[in-house]
Each structure stands twice: as C-alpha cells, then as structure tokens.
Design a binder for this molecule. Structure first.
Ligand code: 6PG
Length: 250
C-alpha cells in the first residue's frame, strides 16, 4: 500500500511528465505571486528536468508568469564554474533562464568561485536566509524541485555521507566519494521547510527504489526518504518509473 503522504502524478511517458510538471510549476508561481507577491523556487539539476525547463521557456508558459517576481535558486550544485558542462545552474541557464525576461538580480546560483566548497555553502546559506522570509528561523521556499538517483539520493544527499545527519545548517558542502567531487547542497532542515516539493522521476531503472520509497512503512534506507516537508510532497513520475508500485489500497 502506498503512503498517502505522497501525492502522485503518474504520467504515461517522459513527455507528459514534463508537461504536467511545467503546468504545476506555473500554477505554483502564479499562486505564490497572487498570495505573497513573490515566488521563491529552487531548481534541480540532472537530466529529467531539462525538458520541463525548456517547456517553461516557451511562450505558452513563460508568457503567463511575471518573472520580475520570481527568484530562482538551486537545490544542489556540483562545485564547478557556471560555464562547466557539469554545472546545474549552467544547465538551467541554457534550458530556461537565458530565454525568459527575468532580471539578473533574481538569479541566485551557488557562488562556486570560492576556493573551498565549505565557504560557498556558508555564503549561500546566508544569502537564502537574507532573501527568503522564515518560519521558526528557517527560510520557507514556495517550491523546491528535486530528482532521485538510482541509489536513492536526492539533491546532493548521497547514501553514506555526513550531510544526511545535518540538523543545523541549511546548506552544506559534501564530498561524494563515488563521484570524486565536491557538491554544495541544501540539507533536510531547509528542504523540509518548503511549502511544496516536487520530485521528478523517470525511467524503469528507478522503479525498484521508487516502489520502496513510496510504500507505506518502508524501512528508511534511501536519502530521498528523508524528504518529508511541512508542506506538500508531489511526485511526478512516468509509467516506466511507476512500474513496480503496489497501488492496492489494503
Ligand atoms: C544533480 C542533482 C541530483 C539529480 C538526480 C537525478 O546534481 O545531479 O540535483 O540530485 O536530481 O541525480 O538525476 P536525473 O534526473 O539525471 O536522473
């Protein structure tokens, strides 16, 4: 039986997943702007969101959003310059941000020019704290986008890394052994403060992990299972990734 805490949007294929995700994103932006005058959103890296970003850049979506009221952050970043092909923010620029009328001062990438990823994490946490209104001293994003790896990681919260134990800092640097590289990532305390989280999952290689994660009462073994926001948790999934879900109600 699936855990009712998760709101599932299962789509027939990757194309309709991106369309449904883009519609949801647009609605969240419009709602936040109507209610609070501004939309604070953290994008995700990875391959899955790229088609969604390209859709958002199209007039049918982009034309419906007041971009002067949107502030863009990134949930995790590979510790490389923005013009490196590995950069998550660089990817978001290429797919979306260069193609929409958003003021440059509304773009908030991780500052990857510091020699140490640790310092970048501190600066990014300060920036977020300064710009975004807080509840109980923790900034509240209107929407955080996430992905899920085949090993159950999300953002740069990888299995077996210290950042999974973080209870204080909102952003931290993490060295990922299996990738032999530094990343900067939002941590559970910040991620879980969000009003809305949307996780994008595509492809049959993720079906087994996804079935475990969404099952009610599963043992906690994957980092993505630590994503339990105060707000709503939406999963945008294609049929291939949904292939192993037990959708029975008892
Ligand atoms: C990154 C991410 C990461 C990603 C997952 C899923 O920096 O790569 O933010 O957490 O979302 O690895 O990536 P795919 O969409 O490419 O499967």
């Amino acid at each position: 039986m699936l855990n009712p805490r998760h709101i599932l949007h299962i789509q027939p294929d990757a194309v309709s997943l991106s369309q449904a995700g883009a519609r949801f994103w647009q609605e969240q932006a419009q709602q936040a702007i109507a209610q609070r005058g501004v939309f604070y959103v953290a994008l995700t890296g990875g391959a899955t969101p790229q088609a969604l970003y390209r859709l958002l850049a199209e007039p049918a979506f982009a034309g419906q959003i007041d971009w002067s009221r949107v502030h863009i952050f990134i949930g995790d970043e590979r510790y490389v310059p923005e013009d490196d092909p590995q950069s998550n923010f660089g990817m978001a620029l290429d797919c979306l941000l260069r193609h929409i009328p958003i003021p440059a001062q509304n773009l908030h990438p991780v500052p990857t020019h510091y020699p140490q990823a640790d310092e970048a994490a501190v600066r990014y946490a300060d920036l977020i704290q300064t710009l975004i209104p807080s509840t109980h001293q923790r900034p509240v994003f209107d929407l955080i986008m996430l992905g899920m790896g085949e090993d159950g990681h999300t953002a740069s919260l990888f299995p077996g890394t210290d950042i999974l134990q973080e209870t204080t800092r909102n952003v931290a640097a993490v060295y990922v052994d299996k990738l032999a590289s530094w990343r900067v990532s939002m941590t559970y305390p910040l991620l879980n403060q969000a009003r809305q989280i949307m996780v994008l999952v595509s492809g049959e290689k993720k079906a087994g992990v996804l079935a475990h994660v969404l099952q009610q009462g599963s043992a906690r073994i994957y980092p993505v299972q630590g994503i339990l926001p105060i707000g709503e948790l939406h999963w945008f999934i294609d049929q291939a990734a949904a292939g192993k879900l037990d959708q029975s109600s008892s």
